[in-house]
Design a protein. Structure first.
Length: 289
């Protein structure tokens, strides 16, 4: 019973093993980035940038079909252009960066859906919006793993300015000029991980595996390193359990993964030791224990 439920789907079917490897790789790359998005109060900006990659990926699709690297390259270029454009608008006008990104979000989503609709069909549109984690091939897995590797290495290089900017941005500006370059590099990492997540979970859900585990981790740890560990573990568990739920219940795989992450978030809101509702309701009893 236990083997048939929890192990057999991955032991017997290669597409399930590929999906599991892909979701684990995304968890290790996207979850740490999500922690810094949350701490920098940029969670909704991540959602906007997830939509920003759609037009570039759609153009890559029109030019080269379902070529992984063409769609990834187009999405990466589009995401970086829109991120830089929103930053420039915020710097040189009275519009804030979040407002300019919100405008780009709606425009990008409309353009991307229009391009896919004109050049493809409803199946292609659904794949762009919701992904196809069960259809990952070797090229896509290689792309996702490469993005995760680059993301972790880059985070290690810009770790200190990122942490300082989360804690005390004024102090960072007074002692170093690394804040600006680190911010640009961080936005590039956000776009890269969204491009990787796009192939598995689609435009609408790619940011979910980045943000939901991050806000879940906030209820279990105060230290940034521990929050990252909890977020990665949450994303990995959501990937594994979501694939099992999809297999046994016949649910779409991408939404199933995010649904499991949502359940873990709801449980954390209730029982998480850092600000959870039960711990706030009975603080004395927990302290005595």
């Amino acid at each position: 019973m236990i083997y048939d439920t929890f192990i057999a789907p991955f032991a017997e079917f290669e597409f399930m093993r590929r999906a599991l490897v892909g979701t684990f790789a995304i968890a290790f790359g996207a979850a740490p980035v999500g922690i810094f998005l949350m701490l920098r109060r940029m969670s909704l900006i991540g959602d906007a940038m997830a939509h920003a990659i759609l037009p570039g990926a759609a153009i890559g699709y029109l030019l080269s079909g379902l070529s992984v690297f063409a769609m990834a390259g187009g999405g990466l270029i589009a995401g970086l252009v829109i991120a830089i454009g929103a930053a420039l608008i915020a710097r040189h006008t009275e519009v804030k960066e979040d407002a300019s990104l919100a405008g780009f979000l709606l425009i990008s989503l409309a353009i991307g859906v229009t391009i896919v609709s004109l050049g493809g069909n409803n199946v292609d549109l659904l794949r762009f919006l919701f992904g196809s984690v069960l259809a990952l091939d070797d090229q896509t897995l290689l792309l996702i793993v490469s993005i995760t590797t680059v993301s972790l290495l880059a985070l290690a290089l810009i770790w200190r300015p990122l942490v300082l900017e989360c804690v005390d941005p004024g102090f960072l500006r007074s002692v170093s000029r690394a804040g600006g370059p680190a911010h640009i590099a961080f936005l590039a990492l956000v776009v890269m991980n969204l491009v990787g997540g796009f192939h598995a979970l689609g435009t609408l859900l790619a940011v979910g595996i980045m943000i939901v585990p991050a806000v879940t981790a906030r209820f279990w740890a105060r230290d940034i390193t521990m929050m990252i560990a909890v977020a990665v573990g949450t994303a990995a568990v959501a990937g594994y359990a979501g694939l099992l739920l999809s297999y046994h219940a016949g649910l779409p795989s991408g939404p199933a993964v995010i649904l499991v992450a949502g359940v873990l978030y709801a449980v954390s809101v209730l029982v998480g030791p850092v600000g959870g509702l039960l711990w706030q309701a009975f603080p004395g009893r927990h302290l005595e224990a």
